[in-house]
Design a protein around this ligand. Structure first.
Ligand code: ZN
Length: 519
């Protein structure tokens, strides 16, 4: 498996930041003929290729939908099949379809890692074989990681999730796999077989854009915060420092570790002890910002010596960096008024760090690193905490007669709510959504009440049952209706037509009778 990480940090799902304990995997396929990863994953990292419509899922609500998955399998810009991880595995995804059983409203997403296989025209056997194998390897990797058994209902397809009552009514992936002689049972067996071989570890193709925590990370954030920079500026600055040094203040440029025959620690010690005298002129990048040019290295050395600190000391380098930055008037000006991570990141990249490669891909990557820090450290309003395992169902009616539940269901649906019917004991409950945060359930209940429904919140769910059709309306005779029309009770023109049709009458028949009566 070729696994790359590009977290969809702009997606509302990612931003909601809800964690879950992984208990299963749900396999999806996209349902659209577009095998390119760039359709869903972005921005371009140099591997994905560009998306001319910029309609990938790294935005709050892709296509207006509250939707997000943990990974995609599809083609990169060169047509090679890869896996992109797009959410942390332990974060709740929004992937079980639309409606009350899907998206952000669905508590059933909890615990399931969901990934999408990008569909093509469904007939290309070579493409299918590659994505099937990639999906098998991804699932084996995740099973190993979370101790999951590749069995039902732990490892399931979306359509099986629907059968189990935990996902919306979608056919994926069983509208595709059988075309090539596969199904979910062969899939689970393949995952099991791969697990048995013990070789499930993927080899990442590029370093994960989200920086891993270092001990200095929080200290660096706080340092710049104390200097009065805003969160965008700090994140943009830190993303660049991460790209340069991994935020390690004793980091010696890797190529020089080889040519000088010294590790980071040995080089730092030798400079401190004065046994290595070529620090200023060796052109080796060093420290947080990977200072390279002789005059900047000379100033850094002088500064740390005066401070009686090690050349690799983080605190001293931070003070030096801040002092040095004051000489970059425009950079400081932009940082102080930054309104996005990207803006701050770009100015640091182009004016302060000035690496050889200043391409769009490098700008994107550094801003992504910065975004990782922003998401981690920027001050955010504290969200209400859900009670673990507790769900609040918004209910508008419970009936012992199924037909009555069906009638209520249709009324609620007609007002635009995503209703479902759940059976528990001898009651059919008409419910609109399940929420782990009670305040969210209360908000939904208020909406229903505004729409004229008696509503309350219960912690009793049940098993979902199929809703019946709306009961047939009791129709009046054509003569009675025609007289009502003449009396003006049904309005005129198009409005009349719509009203009559909605009430179950044949407009043409009624109108014919009206014309006869008026002759
Ligand atoms: Zn699906």
């Amino acid at each position: 498996m070729k696994l790359t990480t590009l977290l969809l940090t702009q997606n509302n799902c990612y931003k909601s930041g809800k964690k879950h304990t992984v208990k299963g995997i749900m396999v999806h396929s996209t349902g659209a003929n577009n095998p390119k990863l760039s359709r869903y994953v972005g921005p371009d990292d140099g591997i994905l290729g560009t998306n001319p419509y910029n309609n990938h899922w790294n935005q709050p609500t892709p296509g207006g939908r509250s939707i997000c998955v943990h990974a995609f399998i599809g083609k990169d810009k060169n047509g090679e099949v890869r896996t992109y991880q797009t959410l942390p595995w332990d974060m709740v995804g929004w992937h079980s379809g639309s409606g009350s059983l899907g998206s952000s409203k669905n508590a059933n997403n909890n615990g399931y890692i969901g990934f999408e296989i990008c569909e093509d025209g469904l007939t290309d056997r070579a493409y299918f074989d590659k994505v099937y194998q990639e999906a098998v390897e991804l699932c084996a990797h995740l099973c190993k990681l979370y101790g999951l058994k590749p069995e039902k209902p732990v490892l399931i397809a979306h359509c099986e999730g629907h059968q189990l009552g935990i996902a919306s009514n979608h056919g994926d992936v069983m509208h595709w796999f059988p075309k090539h002689g596969k199904n979910m049972d062969t899939f689970r067996a393949a995952v099991k077989a791969l697990l048995a071989t013990g070789s499930t570890t993927p080899s990442p193709t590029v370093p994960a854009p989200t920086p891993t925590a270092t001990t200095g990370e929080e200290k660096i954030w706080k340092f710049f915060k104390d200097k009065g920079l805003n969160d965008f500026a700090i994140a943009g600055l830190m993303g660049n420092l991460y790209a340069e040094s991994g935020l390690r203040s004793n980091n010696l440029q890797n190529t020089y570790e080889k040519s000088l025959g010294m590790t980071d620690e040995q080089y730092t010690k030798a400079v401190d002890a004065g046994t290595y005298a070529n620090f200023v002129n060796d052109s080796a990048g060093y420290g947080l910002a990977q200072w390279t040019y002789w005059s900047r290295k000379e100033a850094l050395l002088k500064f740390t010596k005066e401070a009686k600190a090690s050349i690799g000391d983080l605190d001293t380098q931070l003070v030096y960096l801040w002092k040095e930055l004051q000489g970059y008037a425009n950079t400081i000006k932009v940082l102080k008024s930054a309104t996005s991570v990207r803006q701050a990141s770009d100015v640091v990249l182009l004016e302060y760090e000035r690496p050889a490669d200043q391409s769009e891909a490098v700008k994107v990557k550094r801003a992504q690193y910065g975004q990782g820090y922003y998401d981690k450290y920027a001050s955010k309003p504290v969200a209400p905490q859900p009670t673990p395992g507790q769900l609040y169902y918004v209910q508008t009616g419970a009936y012992s007669v199924k037909a009555n539940a069906d009638a209520q269901y249709q009324k609620v649906k007609a007002k635009g709510f995503d209703a479902i019917i759940k059976q528990s004991g001898n009651l059919y409950r008409v419910q609109v959504g399940a929420y782990s945060v009670k305040a969210n359930a209360e908000a939904q209940a208020a909406k229903l009440r505004t729409a004229g429904f008696e509503t309350y919140i219960t912690t009793t769910g049940g098993t979902q049952v199929t809703a019946g059709a709306a009961p047939a309306p009791v129709l009046k005779s054509i003569d009675v209706i025609a007289k009502e029309v003449i009396a003006g009770k049904w309005g005129n023109g198009e409005a009349r037509k719509q009203k009559l049709t909605a009430a179950g009458y044949n407009y043409a028949t009624v109108q014919q009778r009206v014309n006869q009566l008026l002759k």
